[in-house]
Design a protein around this ligand. Structure first.
Ligand code: PRP
Length: 174
């Protein structure tokens, strides 16, 4: 990776805005009377979550969870670590997870197993983007923004080695 590898826009901010509103409409339809607990996956989902949650005009609570599997590599290691765990019980709560990207599926598979033992009333996944060509474990995505090609995606919260999260569009780097 060199500075010459300039990120190219794949999905621009207007398209993102339209998709986030669509997701907000779907989530409002399904959760407006359920007082859900929304779990935001750090760090990558922070911008997506901030934009989406401001469009949800009904009672909800927000928690943050941080897992890590990539480190400085572009490839998932397959071994997922809990960096910051949950501090509230989810038993009998309607839980909705917000993720920025589903790639191999290892991270969300680990999380679903972890949370799946906690007897929530329901457990669903909303992902901004999905890269199905890379999947190694099957994942059900209940609410999806975009399907993306098998390229390295950065921007709108998503990093490469902690860089590029600040980009307002979803971009690709070679
Ligand atoms: C990224 C991304 C997802 C995960 C997807 O997180 O935010 O959580 O990888 O990859 P997978 O489907 O192959 O498991 P990362 O571990 O890079 O942490 P970050 O959110 O702090 O960037």
């Amino acid at each position: 990776m060199t500075l010459e590898n300039c990120p190219q826009v794949l999905i621009d901010r207007k398209e993102i805005e339209v998709a986030v509103q669509r997701l907000a409409n779907e989530i409002t339809r399904d959760y407006k009377d359920k007082h859900p607990l929304i779990i935001v996956m750090l760090k990558g989902s922070f911008i997506f979550a901030a934009d989406l949650i401001r469009r949800l005009d009904f009672p909800l609570e927000i928690e943050f969870l941080r897992l890590s599997s990539y480190g400085e590599k572009k490839e998932s290691s397959g071994s997922v670590n809990i960096v910051q765990g949950l501090h509230v019980p989810i038993k009998d709560r309607h839980v909705l997870i917000l993720e920025d990207i589903i790639d191999t599926g290892h991270t969300i598979s680990f999380l679903m197993n972890y949370l799946g033992k906690m007897r929530s009333a329901s457990l669903k996944l909303c992902a901004l983007s999905d890269k199905p060509s890379r999947r190694q474990v099957p994942i059900t995505i209940d609410y999806l923004g975009f399907t993306v090609p098998n390229k390295f995606i950065v921007g709108y919260g998503i990093d490469w080695d902690e860089k590029y999260r600040y980009l307002p569009d979803i971009c690709v780097i070679e």
